[in-house]
Every structure is written in structure tokens, then in C-alpha cells.
Design a protein around this ligand. Structure first.
Ligand code: AHM
Ligand code: MG
Length: 337
């Protein structure tokens, strides 16, 4: 297999593009890669072993925690702590940021924010789920414990971001700000192999992805945009196709490959939207921009929002640039809630 490039090789190769790179980020990626393989193995057993279903507890946001949520959280946390490149993590499944207190971690310069198993309520029915991660350089001095401000940085400061999709095949997709690259997992040899180099999302798409069951609770501009998507205008490809899996990573991944728009607006139940800025929206925003698309809260670029709290939610519109711009225009023209 002379042309096969593994994720590990590719990350090291790309690292040489950064002056003064020390290999720490490559090592950090090795932690993520390892945890992804372990979680992948466990997810593939769902249905056989007693690993699906809720544990009976809730996370800080009041959502039922699934056994695999906690399993994935533990594996990623342990892998990120073990190599000493990360001084702390924040996770959807942890109430507060976790500061690693071993000496080797205090000298680490990165923090990682993650949703260890996004869409986990779908596992019981064999639908794709994912891990989302976002990496920042700490602001606090190396050698001291990390602080809250290390975790509350705007998305523009991300050093790297990505996701793993546990689907019909498992893929890891990431960016360090030099394009978006996708690797497909070959379980027979236990290696992620480069399969999608320099991914780009089409500027125009014909897929819109939204939980339309919430339609009645959407802002007027979003309702009008959805109606626009459904109009019969064959010249510009409308009506568009509606596709919604209910698993952000899976919906995002499909739209990235085919072109489309994912929407999670504010609703009466979720006045700030449902998705979390720091470990769901910002990493996806970094990826989509690197792939030529856009991510917005309807008004402002997602990555420019200044976070105020760890589990902050935000309305989220992400995908093909022309579709995001069109949606923003509808929200400007129809500002009513
Ligand atoms: P989770 O982090 O608790 O799994 O919730 C996030 C998920 C996303 O993957 C998905 O896009 C969205 O919630 C679906 O929400 P809804 O069921 O309201 O459409
Ligand atoms: Mg999530």
C-alpha cells in the first residue's frame, strides 16, 4: 500500500509546516486517536453487551446521561491526561472544567473542550453518533493550574478542532487551520487512513437539516426561510431536500460532503438554541470555515462570540456559505420572534 497515509503520519508531516512546532500537538492527537478507537470498539458492541441506555443520572444541563456518554467521557479524559500535553479539559458531561494536577500536566500548554459522545440518545437505535473536540493554547502561564479564562476563549483562538463520526464507517475529521482532512478507520489494522484530503463544502447546497417538529416555536425569519426552502423554484434547485438525523456530527458530515445547511434556532423550550457554543458550535464552525462554509448565530460569526460560561448555548446555523447568508438575510428582514 505505497500511497496509504495514516492519521499519525499526516499530523506529523503537517506539523512541519508550523515553525517551532515541538510535537506536542501531534502527541495530543495521538491521545484523541487512541480514545476514539476505544470508544469505537465499545459502540460497535452496542446491542450485544449491556452498555446502552441511561444510567439514571443527569448532566449539569439536566439531560439524561447514557452509559456510553460516561464511558466516552472517561476514555477521552484519561487519554488526554496520560500523555501530559493537556492541562485541563471541559466536557459536556462534566459540571465544571477538570484541571489535571499531575506535575507533567501543569507544564502542558493546551486545554481541550469536548462533547465525548454527541447524539448519544441515538445509540440504542443504531444511528451514527460522534465525538467533537476543540483545542486551545492556554492563556494562564505554563506551570500554574489552568484558569477559567483558558476555557472561555472565542472560537477564533482554536488551534485545532475536529470530530469522530461512528457511522457505517468510522471517520476522524480535523483541522488545524490549514484545510479540513478526513481519515477513515480500518478496523482490520486499527489505523485511521487518509481518505478525504482538503475537504470543501459546495457554496450552494440543496439540503436543509432542522428539527421541523419545533417549527411552531421558531423565530419568524427561520419559519420564512424554511418555507423558502420548500418553494417550487426548479431553476435554483428548490424545493430543497430535508434531511435530519438528530445527531449533529452525522448531519454536519453529510452536509459538508454534499452541501447544505444545518439549523438549530432558538425555540420556546431553548431560548438560546440547544447546542453548546464551546464544544459543539465552535469546533464545527472552525471546520466549516476551513472547508469554505460559514457558521453563524443568525447575526454574528460563531467564532467571534465571546463565551461567558462553559455550557453556554447559542442558536446555530452552519453549512454552505450561500445558504447561511440567505438565512441571515431572512432573519434581518423578519426580526420578530
Ligand atoms: P446531546 O449533546 O445531548 O446529544 O444533544 C445534541 C444533539 C445533536 O447531536 C443534535 O443535532 C441535536 O441534539 C438534536 O436535538 P433535537 O432532538 O432537539 O432535534
Ligand atoms: Mg452534544
Amino acid at each position: 500500500m505505497p500511497n496509504m497515509r495514516t492519521l499519525g503520519e499526516f499530523v506529523v508531516e503537517k506539523q512541519q509546516d508550523f515553525p517551532h512546532a515541538t510535537g506536542e500537538l501531534s502527541s495530543l492527537f495521538a491521545s484523541i486517536r487512541l480514545a476514539a478507537k476505544v470508544v469505537n470498539r465499545e459502540i460497535n458492541k452496542a446491542g450485544l453487551a449491556d452498555i446502552t441506555g441511561a444510567v439514571g443520572s443527569e448532566n449539569v444541563q439536566g439531560e439524561a446521561q447514557q452509559k456510553l456518554d460516561l464511558y466516552a467521557n472517561d476514555k477521552f479524559k484519561a487519554a488526554l491526561e496520560a500523555r501530559g500535553q493537556v492541562c485541563g479539559i471541559a466536557s459536556e458531561e462534566e459540571d465544571e472544567a477538570v484541571y489535571f494536577d499531575r506535575d507533567s500536566n501543569a507544564n502542558a500548554k493546551y486545554v481541550v473542550l469536548m462533547d465525548p459522545l454527541d447524539g448519544s440518545s441515538n445509540i440504542d437505535v443504531n444511528v451514527s453518533v460522534g465525538t467533537i473536540f476543540s483545542i486551545y493554547r492556554r492563556i494562564s502561564p505554563v506551570g500554574t493550574p489552568p484558569t477559567e479564562e483558558d476555557f472561555l476563549q472565542p472560537g477564533t483562538e482554536q488551534v485545532a478542532a475536529g470530530y469522530v463520526i461512528y457511522g457505517s464507517s468510522t471517520m476522524l475529521v480535523y483541522t488545524t487551520g490549514n484545510g479540513v482532512h478526513g481519515f477513515t478507520y480500518d478496523p482490520s489494522i486499527g489505523v485511521f487512513c487518509l481518505s478525504h484530503e482538503s475537504m470543501m463544502i459546495p457554496k450552494d447546497g440543496n439540503i436543509y437539516s432542522v428539527n421541523e417538529g419545533n417549527y411552531i416555536k421558531f423565530p419568524v425569519g427561520v419559519k420564512k426561510y424554511i418555507k423558502y426552502c420548500q418553494e417550487n423554484e426548479p431553476e435554483d434547485g428548490r424545493p430543497y431536500t430535508s434531511r435530519y438525523i438528530g445527531s449533529l456530527v452525522a448531519d454536519f458530515h453529510r452536509n459538508l460532503l454534499k452541501g447544505g445547511l444545518y439549523l438549530y434556532p432558538s425555540t420556546a423550550s431553548y431560548p438560546n438554541g440547544k447546542l453548546r457554543l464551546l464544544y459543539e458550535c465552535n469546533p464545527m464552525a472552525f471546520l466549516i470555515e476551513q472547508a469554505g462554509g460559514l457558521a453563524s448565530d443568525g447575526n454574528t460569526r460563531i467564532m467571534e462570540l465571546k463565551p461567558t460560561e462553559l455550557h453556554q448555548r447559542v442558536p446555530f446555523f452552519v453549512g454552505s456559505s450561500n445558504m447561511v447568508e440567505k438565512l441571515e438575510q431572512f432573519l434581518k428582514d423578519f426580526p420578530e420572534q
